[in-house]
Design a protein around this ligand. Structure first.
Ligand code: Q46
Ligand code: ZN
Ligand code: ZN
Length: 313
């Protein structure tokens, strides 16, 4: 099989695009996808200061690499979640990447900020690990971006992530989540930073191929808490459909953005207020992060007043 752009043997085949590329032309394809997405959805401009959420996985590192290559001001933010070896390795990989590119990486530790990592937090809140983890990440990305003068937060969500989230939202008919699901979310509150997902048209396999060709070392293992997650089931189902009918995943998500989301958006009438404790946007008086933090502080005051067992993970 030959590259569709030159006579060289292809190294990546994209059945949904009916295309195959040699390595240099594949990199060009990925760069063009990013540039097109950024332009089409007006995600950011050259003068924007971008905070890139870095997990240490293939998607976030590919995104950071692409933004740096394109000359954007892109600073990484890695939040250490305290999930055993997985978090140790994620931090190392993120630091190594930053060092290799001479890029700035902001590191933040949940243990230091909150007094505990995700595993203990899950037990204190009596909720699945991903629930507390997601709440912290969403809140901290926005807060750190605001405090440090970033104009936009970029995450590495890919087409598989977006299609699986869409499937979950549709299966439960979650109107509010559907209305908010977008690769480019404008700020609707003075304390809210714009959120963008510039890789939303690329699949997991495509970002992995990009990392492989670019020689980017990333954490291959999934977070241990992802096991049994509904999102993995949806991804598996969508991949099986995709194998039989290439392009379905893309049509599913792009069709939603073009035909369904505009109607849902018009219905959205949620007024955001400023949290009485931290000033961040919320629909109630006190935001869910501050309510969670109160519970954590109560737990620490009763169970580990000296912080002795704070690292009980
Ligand atoms: S890191 Fe956190 Fe994910 Fe791990 S605990 Fe769940 S949400 S699975 S992206
Ligand atoms: Zn080629
Ligand atoms: Zn708050």
């Amino acid at each position: 099989m030959r590259c569709i752009k030159c006579p060289v043997k292809a190294s990546v085949e994209l059945r949904r695009h009916n295309s195959s590329f040699c390595s240099p032309h594949y990199l060009e394809f990925v760069r063009n996808q990013l540039a097109r997405n950024v332009k089409r959805l007006r995600m950011f401009a050259p003068e924007d200061r971008i905070l890139v959420a870095i997990s240490g996985g293939k998607d976030s590192l590919a995104l950071w690499d692409l933004l740096l290559e394109a000359g954007y001001s892109a600073v990484g933010l890695h939040i250490q979640l305290g999930i055993g070896e997985y978090s140790v390795r994620s931090a190392e990989v993120s630091q190594d990447f930053a060092q290799s590119r001479g890029a700035e990486l902001i590191e933040f530790s949940l243990d230091q900020e909150l007094g505990m990592g995700v595993p203990l937090l899950s037990r204190v809140l009596r909720r699945p690990p991903c629930s507390g983890c997601g709440l912290n990440k969403r809140y901290l990305f926005n807060k750190i971006a605001l405090e440090r003068g970033f104009t936009v937060v970029a995450t590495g969500h890919n087409l598989d992530d977006e299609a699986a989230t869409l499937m979950g939202n549709v299966l439960r008919w979650q109107r509010e989540q559907l209305a908010r699901q977008s690769p480019s979310l404008e700020s609707n509150h003075p304390q809210m930073v714009r959120k963008v997902k510039p890789l939303y048209t690329l699949t997991e396999r495509e970002t992995a191929s990009y990392c492989l060709i670019r020689g980017i070392d990333y954490v291959v293992e999934e977070c241990p808490n992802a096991k049994g997650a509904h999102s993995l089931l949806y991804k598996d189902i969508l991949n099986r459909i995709e194998t039989e009918s290439p392009g379905t995943k893309q049509q599913f998500f792009q069709g939603f953005l073009a035909r369904m989301r505009p109607a849902l958006q018009r219905e959205q009438t949620v007024d955001l207020l400023a949290c009485e404790e931290c000033g961040q946007p919320t629909t109630g008086e006190v935001c869910s992060y501050c309510r969670m933090k109160d519970r954590v502080q109560n737990y620490i005051a009763v169970n580990a007043p000296n912080g002795a067992s704070r690292r009980d993970t």
